[in-house]
Design a protein around this ligand. Sequence first.
Ligand code: ATP
Ligand code: MG
Length: 570
Amino acid sequence: MSAPTSPPPESTEVDSKTVIGIAFGNTTSSIAYTTPDGKAEVIANEEGDRQIPSVLSYVGSEEYHGTQAKSHLVRNANNTVAYFRDFLGKSFADIDPTNSHNSAHPADIDGTPSFNLQQSDDETTTAVSVSEVARRHLVRLKDSASDFLGSKVTGCVITVPTDFSEAQREALIAAAKAAELEVLQIIHEPVAACLAYDARNNEVPTDKTILVVDLGGTRCDAAVVSSRGGMYTIIATAHDYELGGLQLDNVLVDHFSKEFLKKHKIDPRETPRSLARMKLEAEGTKRTLSLGTSATISIESLAGGYDFHSTVNRLRYELLSKKVFDQIVKLAENVVAKADLDLLDIDEVILSGGTSHTPKIASRLAQIFPESTPINAPATSATALNPSELSARGAAIQASLVAEFDHEDIEQSTHPAVTVAPHLAKSIGVCIDGAEQAFQTLLEAQTAVPARRTAQFIAPNGGDVVVRICEGVREIVVTKPEKKPSNGVKDEDEEDDSEEEEEEEEEDIKNRVFKVDRVIAEAGIKDVKKGAKIEVTVNVADDLSLNLAARVVGGQQTVRGSVEGPAKAE
Ligand code: ATP
Ligand code: MG
């Protein structure tokens, strides 16, 4: 990845279609572009940051942005705006100002959340609406990207959480427009994360069901996404607005504050400035603990004129954070249950957002899934992408895809008729007498219709063969595990988790199998040779009516049939 000072990609001419992807979070934002060979790259701003704090701060007539602005939370909190993204498009009565406690407070100006900021050299304050704050933030992001790319960025794809309302989307589009940025498309954060991973392989994505757990600063969101034929459908979502990196910062703030209190009889949490310093430093300590097994904190003159120096090891931090980790696991389990699925139905887990760097979170989530389920996070997969970059990368990929589309075409492709296409509720499969597996899946549940699939199956017995097209339901088969022989040797990791591991050994083994729920159609083929291949094609229309064709591969005879959709059948 290029350093911020490295030369930008070739063209320095003004390109009317310079587009980027933007991830705009409450805590940080990222900008990304797609290289000519189709790779998404996150852009560092002038300060060298790829995760740019979504913070603006004013000193006199000077505006600070990103990391510089964030450091102003200590001395200039009232003129520093942070954690504002979720206020966009909401009325003052509907916002939760909790996270603004240590920065500029939102004020109610004609029902709109606004901030009273001192933005000039005199002492006067002016009310700045959240839309205007968002505009200024987007201008800074756009300028950083334009500087890097050497051409004026004009369009973007922006990611939003799955619970963003229509009013919030409109407010975001308006703020971008005011920042002279055309929003080509708004996409959901979990879909962007899937796109980022799928684009990596440069292949047509395989059909799979993905759990995306997005762990941010102020909130955690989870989604079950079905990927069928390159189309992503969100089948369930869950949110927790009181769970995120800030909770983990607070675990360390409390831990260190108690230590300071014990030593000096002063609680640094009681003075806003000491608390702000502690929060900033504790966040750094927390990040260090994602890589190393211990981290230090060092704050000069923290409170009462005393300095503070301390160390914490990862094990202690993990113990103190157990409750937060438990809640994250619960959120993941909840969303799978909401999708009416079992954990075994999840083919892959993607951990997104900055907090996903935390090793214990990835390993705790890995524990609830079978060992074979890939958990894409830095701690559990050597090939994982940076979780902090997934949204921006996905948005950049989408931006390069839709950049050449006319506005109308984009609207067409995101029209509810397309995105809310009907889906198969159950899997459709083929049953052939004597085959080893009773039900062989042809179309997975959640496939958007219309859909067509062709596959070949072996007829083990030959003779007159009946091909049945069936709906299948998933069943979980539980078997007792065989006792593992113990070799008496333990490695270091095992010792830490020895209790959990012992419990795990007792656990039953679960497997996912399909059972025929209903036979939809039957086709008989005469005089089939033993072991011959039978090709079956199923076509499901958008009214869920079904066409079937079956033939022996290399043979002349094709048997066809059709079944009406449920609406007509009644
Ligand atoms: P939200 O909108 O939920 O506030 P966001 O999408 O803006 O969040 P992210 O950038 O995804 O925010 O996540 C920010 C959080 O990730 C912060 O709490 C930050 O401390 C945490 N974080 C970043 N890097 C690491 C790391 N290496 N280890 C642990 N936590 C990290
Ligand atoms: Mg986020």
